[in-house]
Structures are given as structure tokens and as C-alpha cells.
Design a protein around this ligand. Structure first.
Ligand code: DP6
Length: 356
């Protein structure tokens, strides 16, 4: 489809894991509450984007989408819908033939948000394309902010994946320059221990989950605890920003666990309900709490909208944590499977920067 004249852009973008959960939407992909996550280092999507001017523009999106080297009609359909919606913001998209080739370096359905990494990688490619089409270099702040807006329209949590480190999304009086439209990096002091926060993802099951996040968000609209949830998330956001500032890891752990369990309590009390936790999920939670009580280590769990558990700890305690994972927690995992990850530096452009 493409000739040698096609331009190619390639971005690598991370997934992220939320400590304060985005759960419930309003308006056009805007969050009901402010969320906080950290971007992962190893769990990433790499997307290459080739584009070439059409001979005859036809006002519609023309694309091919490949996933792990295979043309993927279901992803292609989803991305075509997303790009058609974007034409009002990026009208040039209809003038080009677009080919995306995307790869995840982590297994499917493992509790790692693939929509976060894939939609942010895609958004970064689109903003790079926009710079080339308009021959206008954006400042770094403007570039990533625009990418965050575009990523958000594809998947809410993807708005946070255009940055590394700790990231918030959604307006909050406790976070400077926060917005519902885009994510904002959360500043950490040089000596903050959160710079070495780590994540071991315990795979209870890799089966496809029954309730998608998108459906879960929509069930919040009629949820009997909707108001209470928004209030709780705002309070948790306030408390966690104080805990981070005061290096109070005990409070940080308590809030993160409260958020994970609240998310599932909301899912279980939705109509229809989403019961995603498995017996082994609960066994892992109990084992983590027991080990924490016995060892006094600063570790805790969080869970996304699925059965797999993220064990969060600090790298300086890794030599205590790893034997516990191998000897105890892995027994509750499907085929003993777990993924070793940690906080990462954010996305990376893998093709040379274009000079203007
Ligand atoms: C539980 O970002 O996947 O992971 O905006 O519909 O794509 P859409 O939803 P998505 O929701 C993520 C929900 C969550 C919590 C979080 O990441 O904050």
C-alpha cells in the first residue's frame, strides 16, 4: 500500500497502574474523579506509523492495522472509529493512507492495561505526524499535553501513559495544573522513595475478563453509590498527596488498597454486577497482608478491573520481597506466572527526530 516515500514514526509507550482509580465518566471521555498512577518500565507497546498522501483525498480514514505482524480486523475497526472521530481535531488524517504496526511486550489479559499503552503510543505517533504535516515543532510541554488529550479520547487511562513517573489525570484542588482534559506529571522530590516503586503482577488467570472497563464505567452512571464514590475518590486523592509529601508509606498503602477494594465493591454492586475477583485473588491479598504484618515491609497490593494482583513495593526491599513471591504468592498464580516491573521513565521516540 505504501511506497518508498512514506514517512515512518515509531513510539514506545508504557502501560500504567493506578493507585487512585478512574472509575466513571462524564461528557466526552472525561473522568468523574481525579486518578493517580505510575507508568511501568517494561510493560510497553511499540507502534510504528507509516503515512503517505492519498492521490485523491476522499474525506475518510483509510488505514491498515497490524498487531504482532498480522492484520487485525477487529483492532482496525476500533481504530478507524477512533480516527474518524478525531478528524475534527486532526483534519489532515483523511488526506493520508495510514498503516499502523503495533506490538505489546506483555501477554494479553494479564491485568496490564494494554489500552493505556497502545492508545498512548498511537496518540504520540499522531501528534508527531501532525508536527510533520504542519511543519511546526511544538514545545515539549505542548507536545505531550496534546498527546495526552488525544490518548484520553481513545482510552481514559492512556492519557496518563504519555508521561513517566507518577501521573495524575482529572481536575483536583490538590494537584497543581490538573485538568479533566489531559494528564499532568506529579512532581516527586529528588530523594522521594516513590522513584523506586516497583510492581510484581501476579497472574491469577490470563482468561479474558467478562466485564470491560468501558462497560464498568458506564454502569457508574446509574450506580446507587455514584455520589459516594466521587466523594471518596476526592478524599483519597487529598490524603494520598499528603502521604506522598510526608513519606508516609503506611497511609499510602492503606489508601491504595482501599481504592482497589472499592473498585471491586462498586463492580460487584453494579447492575448487572461484575464479580471479577477469584478465590486465588483473595488468597494473595491475605498472604500479602500477613507477610506485611510479620515483616514490617512497606508493601501493598492494588488491582485493576480484573482478577490479577499488583504487588507494589520499594526496590530497596526487593531481596525480601522476591523469595516471598517465589515461595508463597506464585503458588496462587496460573502456571506460577508473574511479571516483574517497576516505575518507568515514560514514552520514547524510536525513530530519529525530524528537523524543521
Ligand atoms: C480500573 O481507561 O480502560 O484501570 O476510558 O473506557 O478506555 P476507557 O477505560 P480505561 O479504564 C481504566 C480503569 C481502571 C482504573 C485506572 O486505570 O485508573
Amino acid at each position: 500500500m505504501m511506497s518508498d516515500e512514506a514517512i515512518i514514526i515509531k513510539w514506545k509507550a508504557p502501560s500504567n497502574i493506578a493507585l487512585i482509580k478512574y472509575w466513571g465518566k462524564k461528557g466526552h471521555q472525561l473522568p468523574e474523579n481525579c486518578s493517580l498512577s505510575f507508568s511501568l518500565e517494561k510493560s510497553v507497546t511499540i507502534t510504528s506509523h507509516a503515512f503517505q498522501k492519498k492521490h485523491q483525498p476522499d474525506n475518510r480514514i483509510t488505514l491498515e492495522y497490524y498487531f504482532h505482524g498480522q492484520r487485525n480486523p477487529s483492532f482496525e475497526k476500533k481504530i478507524a472509529l477512533f480516527l474518524n472521530d478525531l478528524i475534527s481535531k486532526m483534519p489532515f488524517l483523511a488526506d493520508y493512507m495510514l498503516v499502523f504496526r503495533s506490538e505489546n511486550n506483555f501477554p494479553h489479559s494479564t491485568g496490564i492495561a494494554s489500552s493505556a499503552s497502545s492508545m498512548s503510543a498511537l496518540a504520540l505517533c499522531l501528534v508527531s505526524m501532525e508536527e510533520i504535516i504542519w511543519q511546526k515543532k511544538l514545545s515539549s510541554d505542548d507536545f505531550f499535553r496534546r498527546a495526552s488529550v488525544i490518548a484520553r479520547l481513545g482510552s481514559g487511562s492512556a492519557s496518563r501513559s504519555v508521561y513517566g513517573g507518577l501521573v495524575t489525570w482529572g481536575e483536583s484542588p490538590f494537584v497543581a495544573a490538573s485538568s479533566d482534559e489531559y494528564a499532568t506529571p506529579f512532581p516527586l522530590s529528588k530523594e522521594s522513595r516513590l522513584r523506586q516503586i516497583s510492581d510484581i503482577i501476579l497472574i491469577v488467570t490470563s482468561k479474558e475478563k467478562k466485564v470491560s472497563s468501558t462497560l464498568g464505567h458506564s454502569l457508574m452512571k446509574q450506580h446507587p453509590f455514584r455520589e459516594g464514590r466521587i466523594d471518596q475518590a476526592n478524599k483519597n486523592m487529598h490524603q494520598i498527596t499528603l502521604a506522598i509529601r510526608n513519606n508516609d508509606y503506611h497511609t499510602l498503602a492503606a489508601i491504595a488498597e482501599n481504592e482497589a477494594l472499592s473498585l471491586h465493591a462498586l463492580l460487584m454492586t453494579s447492575s448487572p454486577d461484575g464479580l471479577l475477583l477469584k478465590p486465588n485473588t483473595l488468597s494473595i491479598i491475605e498472604a500479602i497482608r500477613r507477610f506485611r504484618d510479620q515483616s514490617g515491609l512497606d508493601l501493598f497490593f492494588t488491582i485493576d478491573a480484573g482478577p490479577n494482583v499488583h504487588l507494589i513495593y520499594f526496590e530497596d526491599q526487593r531481596h525480601w520481597v522476591l523469595p516471598f513471591v517465589k515461595e508463597v504468592l506464585s503458588l496462587f498464580c496460573e502456571n506460577g506466572q508473574w511479571i516483574d516491573d517497576k516505575i518507568g521513565a515514560g514514552p520514547q521516540l524510536l525513530t530519529p527526530k525530524i528537523k524543521f
